[in-house]
Write a protein that binds this ligand. Sequence first.
Ligand code: PLP
Length: 379
Amino acid sequence: MTGYDSVPTAGARLSINLDAIVRNYRRIVAMAPRRIVAGVVKANAYGLGASAVSSALAAGGCSHFFVAQVSEVAAVRAVVPPDAVIYVLNGLPAGAEGACIAGRAIPVLNSLEQIAAWRAAAGARRTRLAAVLQVDSGMARLGLTADAVDQVVARPELLDGIDLRFVMSHLACADETDSPANERQRARFEAICARLPALPRSLANSGGAFLGTQFHFDLLRPGIALYGGTPRPDVTMEPVVSLTADIIQIRTVPAGAGLGYGLTTPAPTDRIVATIGVGYADGWPRRLGNRGSVFLAGVRAPIVGRVSMDSSLIDVTAIPEAARRPGAPVELLGPHQTVDDVAADAETISYEILTQLGARYARRYLGAQTSETLRSAVA
Ligand SMILES: *Cc1c(COP(=O)(O)O)cnc(C)c1O
């Protein structure tokens, strides 16, 4: 993989540590021995790049991948070994059967309609087609309803022609360790599975992986934990991303003057304010205006005024002078500020911060070399 362009043409530099992703993956593998641990790489691997991430995970021993949409299959298929398995969580939109088969993807069938369409596709091709069956164990989002499960139980021929690989469900509160909903969903999932053909089972996302082995079943589906997000409040994963901008300009804003759009937040004293070239068009939340922070030389600097489309203002009055000159680096994500910290300031979740990371950042992947080494070691 290449480094950043030598000429700084972007507002900020995003670095993505592929080795850290693989180490986070292996941590979950170590927690769930003899289970399959898949990698969830939907939404462009949570914004970090489906190709780079999938190939690093494959090199690190991952052979099962989940995307959300059929349109996401090709990028993963292109970089993983031929025998890697790719599942589509949202299932099968009407008419997408051919695309799914062409990508050798396995749809997660969520409804009787999707089951019927996949069965028809198998019949038309005089073959059996692999699928995963999702059941709703209480989240009310995707998967067979209780009525639909009854129908499948009453009429097993509905599944003729379908080679079911496993049954899955999804936890609504896996990040809330003490939520009674987790055990309720686990019990309901077990009860539903007991009525269906005996198949491997899958329930755990990242949070579920940390809820205990009774949630692991046969296949785990972590996403956010691979990317350094906190899967539950008391568990920290290795950080994966860092985001660094440079100061564009610096000035003294006199006492009593507001700043930025709307001239918000006048201060009682003079302050030194710096501008960085990162704004809401880069996925840096507008909500961080007058509430978020960045770090210069390890010292916190508050974001002041509203976040603009292409820039943000930071109060650097308290920053040592050498660290606040034009061109000086500003940490937005890194050792002093995690994705979860920024998410908390913006009143959102790490998932949203990652998946919104801007397309304009200069991106650099770290650790690809190691992944190459791992790949040849695995081959
Ligand atoms: C996104 C998703 C996952 C991964 O969830 P994380 O919380 O990121 O680990 C697993 N399973 C399903 C069904 C999902 O939609």
